[in-house]
Design a protein around this ligand. Structure first.
Ligand SMILES: [Ca+2]
Ligand SMILES: [Ca+2]
Length: 453
């Protein structure tokens, strides 16, 4: 639609606004957001996965001219990319673009499908006919990776894939979670779902470069426990009242741990694994239906995800989930107080005890995607100059996370800690705001000089 003029035409508003309409037999039901980006053929395009329940039940990437609505390219990922018997309903979800050479146009596009395939599309050529799936052959394309649980069952990827660059190695990483919440059966599914992080520096590979979880370092939820905080306030009569607030927290393993501690790199920093994975299962080992359906996000050098655990009752909108924060390049916990105000968790390792910072907070009501808001008024040191001062500080900045609550039944986790204690505060409308201490990477982190010649 052309929305460049904000006044609504008095007549024929729709036809004067709508520039084009595109449909295709291989379009299904979209659940993600379309992406508008500039392509290597010098055209602006809309990028979409074909969604679910399309005619052929296959996964396609569509590249449509954003100005005219003409189809530029439709890339078929194949009905059953690997031996997949029986071949069942598939479809490509929301896609994420990547500009590899920093010239402003898209070179790779990533997306996941219902059968656990993580696809990378190569659109780096200026010739659209050359755009294709990066791996395998055009007639027999292969994914970058196929997400499967420990028993080999494919894990659906229905949420956004996050892409990021490791600043210490300049290696591109891709992270995503698995699980779906689309059909009636999904509510009661206790299938094990997983959060993955893979590096991707592959070119000219004819096969699937990451063959399975044996290529990856395993992380686990080491501890899940309840912490109780007491805060004292004075009431109107001048009496001191004690409020008790409980938080469920998690500690996630990290490289070097006895359990879930496999290294991703050797002592020289060379990769010994192709990434990491974290099964969304509590330490008891009993899966509770936890899944990632709102994608993964980076912010301030950390990787975040919310997971959802639907309530069994189809008449209840409630459920719960976890807000989790880990190191993008190891999948492990941070050895710093990232989530503010939570006590450390003491764990017995062999004959000694170790204190770990928490990696996750439980949220009542299934949390949707977090929204990160920098709270400049209460920085805890390090970030002196706001937006223009450059990103070289080693201090920390406070950030608040708004995790809006999907379930009407949930009332937010605790949430009464109050802003003044820096723990967590309850926003209006059932929104939970954990407070973070993040590495200071909010300022200018790179620059580019533009010269007109
Ligand atoms: Ca280019
Ligand atoms: Ca480019």
């Amino acid at each position: 639609m052309d929305v460049s003029d904000p006044t609504v035409p008095t007549t024929n508003a729709a036809s004067r606004r709508v520039m084009w309409e595109f449909s295709d037999a291989d379009f299904g039901k979209f659940t993600g957001k379309p992406v508008v980006a500039r392509m290597n053929n010098d055209e602006w395009a809309v990028l979409v996965g074909n969604g679910y329940n399309s005619n052929e039940y296959k996964g396609f990437l569509f590249v449509v001219n954003a100005i005219t609505g003409a189809l530029i390219r439709k890339i078929d990922t194949g009905a059953c990319p690997e031996t997949d018997d029986p071949c069942v309903s598939n479809g490509l979800g929301e896609v994420t673009p990547w500009d590899e050479d920093n010239d402003g146009d898209v070179d790779y596009i990533y997306g996941g499908d219902l059968r656990g395939n993580l696809w990378r599309f190569d659109v780096s050529s200026s010739t659209t006919a050359d755009w294709k799936v990066s791996f395998g052959t055009p007639t027999s394309p292969l994914p970058l990776f196929r997400a499967r649980d420990a028993s080999g069952t494919p894990q659906p990827i229905t949420s956004k894939v996050e892409l990021l660059l490791d600043p210490s190695t300049s290696t591109r990483w891709v992270s995503f979670g698995t699980g779906k919440f689309l059909g009636n059966d999904d509510r009661t599914s206790n299938a094990v779902q997983t959060w993955y992080g893979l590096y991707d520096s592959y070119s000219n590979v004819a096969t699937t470069p990451v063959s399975g979880r044996s290529d990856l370092a395993q992380r686990v939820v080491l501890v899940e426990t309840r912490q109780t905080s007491e805060s004292e306030t004075e009431n109107a009569n001048g009496e001191t009242e004690t409020t008790t607030t409980s938080f469920d927290v998690r500690v996630i393993s990290a490289p070097g741990d006895t359990v879930g501690g496999a290294e991703v790199t050797d002592a020289d920093g060379n990769y010994t694994r192709k990434g990491w994975y974290l099964d969304l299962v509590p330490p008891s080992g009993t899966a509770a239906g936890e899944r990632i359906i709102f994608g993964v996000q980076t912010f301030g050098g950390a990787l975040f995800a919310t997971s959802a655990i639907p309530a069994d009752d189809p008449c209840s909108p409630g459920g719960s989930g976890w807000f989790m924060a880990i190191n993008p390049y190891t999948g492990g916990r941070f050895d710093s107080e990232l989530i503010a105000g939570r006590d450390q968790v003491t764990v017995t390792v062999g004959e000694s005890t170790v204190n770990y910072y928490v990696s996750a907070l439980r949220i009542d009501g299934m949390p949707s995607s977090p929204i990160f808001v920098r709270d400049g008024s209460s920085g805890s040191g390090g970030s002196s100059g706001g937006n223009q001062s450059g990103g070289s500080g080693v201090g920390t900045s406070d950030a608040l996370i708004n995790t809006s609550d999907l379930g009407a039944g949930g009332s937010g986790t605790g949430g009464t800690g109050g802003q003044e204690t820096g723990v967590e505060r309850k926003c209006s409308g059932g929104i939970v705001c954990p407070r973070l201490y993040l590495p200071d990477r909010f300022g200018r982190i790179s620059w580019r000089e533009l010269i007109a010649d």
